[in-house]
Design a protein around this ligand. Structure first.
Ligand code: CDP
Ligand code: MG
Length: 649
């Protein structure tokens, strides 16, 4: 679109009518809550209004706008740079973990909430910013929740010290406005009048045994019933695998539709999908076609799909849950909240009136939670508590949280940090030198502890390079790309990388081979390695290496697999399982029953390895350990004497 056309589009957005009021309110108040339907223009326009009104300048300070998802931060920055006709990374930029596209010229920066939290560690008063916009606040990610407290404290401190004032704007798509307002010293709430057409809601008369099956049947029926009407269908599913298998079935079925029916185009949408593919959901349909979009909850609020007329809501979402039995976060499929159900319904009424089919009964709806439980109340807190301690927030137990996490989950996380050597004692909350070093890495403390163990351990050769590679591999989605119909070929091609010691050494072998092949595209293709993901690994690795040099950590190579796995054990000694019988394992920490994941290179290993460490757990039909390495029993006491004496192993 030309820039003139883009300006016309900007003026047509619902928020444009409120432009003048918004500028006035922003210049008069230090805290504001802005509520408006998804797609009304909050995220792309409001920050620009501040720029245009001269409220974001060298003198006033820059504008930060946070997003829960990195894809959203990047695509919003691109969109806004486009609208303003500027080069991305100059006036408008973004910053997400392992990718910073901003400069000293940047006045408006879109960044993930995690990145702003990291910036706050270096500068708790966030002094370079005049305005912080906490966007998508209704999602209540753990980072947003911690940021609420940090920006509120920064605002108060800056006022008390007569420094440049900090303006806080909280933006949300759903109506939790009163709670936000109350928390931010009774901030004024502004409502953006959106466009919303009526949506008729239908419930399933009977509970569905299999929501995927029900979704497929519903899509095919509705498509045929509405053959004379336009409008796309949006289906909410839970994750990539599910979306891809549903896609295959729908594509197959679409070949057998009656000839008088419009053609059905299947499109998918999830956060890990490369941007070029995501864009396909926005392309206009060829005449006589209808799109069905299979999406995760990303289409609930982050992404606007204008032509949707029918929403099919499975009523479930994949979300992080903390499993205290295992002491780890696991992603699992859970029922949505009423607020989410309403938000999904609203997606059908963007441009015309619509219909929403809930694949659950009205009675089931009435049992749903009113609002989504904030992430901070249901996930592992060790990473954020480490960051908070690095921010000198020592009294974490009494921190001004909007919704405080349970005391139990805070204590568990502090214990973990203590065991990893990051805090002195769980009563006297101060970071150790190691803890400070760990806080410099945008990694889970278990990973940074493994990385730093390689530095500290003088009883072995130093082998940072290899650990750096493994940690980077663990920080990115799997580099192994296995098309569903070529599983055997993919596995046999990758056989050459496997290691008798386990998956972590295999990851190292893959990266080394990739380096030898000099990142060759054909090599990746032939070996079923995702080029996209392994390029990301290389970028992550170089960033981590940069942080290491800033900390004056030196680099050496080692081929010693024992030493490498010992380092991993320094971070993951809480994730150790022993073989009981017939491939059935129990974790040492909680005696939870676990199994080696079929994708692991130790899966076929006989006899079953006696003792293993794992860096991931996935919960499907059983609880599976993924990324598993063999360890020696005598290492346990060497690495974590206190821990293992305590649990008597
Ligand atoms: O934040 P809110 O949901 O209120 O709206 P927004 O994200 O500012 O989006 C306003 C309009 O810009 C929508 O019509 C989007 O379709 C469009 N947009 C876009 O084309 N590309 C993006 N990356 C983001 C938004
Ligand atoms: Mg938005």
């Amino acid at each position: 679109m030309s820039s003139v056309e883009l300006q016309t589009v900007r003026r047509a957005l619902p928020i444009y009518a409120a432009r003048r009021d918004l500028i006035t309110e922003c210049s008069q108040h230090h805290s504001l809550i802005v509520v408006g339907e998804t797609g009304s223009g909050k995220t792309t326009q409001l920050p620009q209004y501040l720029l245009e009104a001269g409220l974001a300048s060298h003198h006033h300070g820059n504008v930060a706008c946070t997003q829960p998802r990195r894809v959203a931060a990047i695509s919003l920055a691109k969109r806004v740079a486009n609208e303003r006709g500027v080069v991305l990374g100059q006036e408008v930029g973004y910053s997400v973990r392992f990718d910073d596209c901003s400069s000293h010229l940047t006045r408006l920066k879109y960044l993930t909430d995690g990145m702003l939290l990291r910036e706050a560690i270096a500068d708790p008063l966030l002094i370079s910013y005049g305005t912080v916009i906490l966007d998508e606040a209704h999602e209540r990610t753990i980072h947003t929740d911690v940021l609420f407290g940090i920006v509120k404290a920064a605002q108060h401190t800056r006022k008390a010290r007569n420094k440049k004032p900090l303006r806080i704007i909280v933006m949300s798509a759903t109506l939790q406005a009163d709670r936000f307002s109350c928390y931010f010293d009774y901030a004024k709430v502004l409502y953006i009048q959106g466009r919303q057409f009526p949506v008729q809601v239908y419930y399933s008369p009977e509970p569905q045994q299999d929501y995927l099956h029900a979704a497929i049947i519903t899509v095919l029926q509705l498509h045929q019933q509405h053959k004379h009407q336009q409008g796309d269908i949006l289906v909410f599913l839970t994750g990539q695998e599910e979306i891809e298998s549903t896609e295959r079935i729908l594509v197959k079925c679409s070949h057998h539709l009656p000839t008088d029916c419009p053609k059905l185009i299947v499109r998918k949408l999830f956060a890990a999908l490369p941007n070029s593919q995501q864009q396909k959901v926005f392309s206009p349909n060829p005449p006589g076609c209808r799109k069905v979009i299979l999406s995760t909850n990303i289409a609930e609020t982050s992404i606007t799909l204008p032509m949707v007329k029918i929403v099919v809501d499975t009523g479930v979402v994949k979300a992080k849950g903390y499993n205290p039995l295992i002491g780890l976060d696991i992603l699992c499929v859970q029922p949505i909240s009423k607020a989410q159900a309403r938000q999904r319904t609203g997606r059908a009424g963007r441009e015309m009136s619509g219909e929403c089919y809930r694949l659950y009964t009205e009675q089931a709806y009435s049992t749903l939670e009113e609002d989504t439980v904030p992430e901070i109340k249901r996930c592992d807190l060790s990473t954020v508590l480490l960051y908070m301690l690095a921010l000198n927030i020592n009294d974490v137990l009494n921190f001004d949280f909007m919704d405080p996490p349970s005391l139990e989950s805070m204590v568990t996380a502090l214990e973990q940090l203590h065991l990893l050597g990051a805090v002195h004692k769980t009563t006297q909350l101060e970071l150790t030198d190691l803890g400070y070093q760990m806080s410099k890495f945008p990694l889970h403390p278990q990973l940074s502890a493994s990385l730093l163990a390689s530095q500290r351990l003088s009883y072995h050769t130093l082998f940072r390079e290899e650990i750096l590679t493994i940690v980077s591999m663990l920080s990115v989605e799997s580099v192994m790309f296995t098309p569903h119909n070529k599983r055997d070929q993919a596995n046999s091609m990758r056989n050459k990388f496997t290691s008798l010691d386990g998956d972590h050494m295999m990851l190292l072998n893959i990266y080394k081979a990739y380096k030898v092949a000099k990142g060759n595209k054909e090599w990746c293709h032939d070996n079923y390695i995702s080029k996209h993901n392994i390029v990301k690994v290389a970028a992550v690795r170089s960033q981590l290496k940069q942080i290491c040099s800033q900390l004056n950590l030196s680099f050496k190579h080692s081929q010693d697999s024992d030493a490498i796995r010992l380092c991993l054990l320094h971070g993951f000694f809480m994730n150790v399982a022993e073989h009981v019988q017939d491939g059935h394992y129990r974790t040492l920490s909680t005696r939870q029953e676990v199994y080696i994941h079929p994708s692991s290179c130790l899966f076929p290993c006989r006899p079953h390895p006696h003792l293993v460490l794992y860096s991931d757990l996935v919960h499907t039909s059983k609880c599976y350990m993924r990324n598993v390495s063999i360890i020696e029993p005598n290492w346990l006491l060497e690495v974590a004497p206190n821990y293992f004496k305590q649990t008597q192993h």
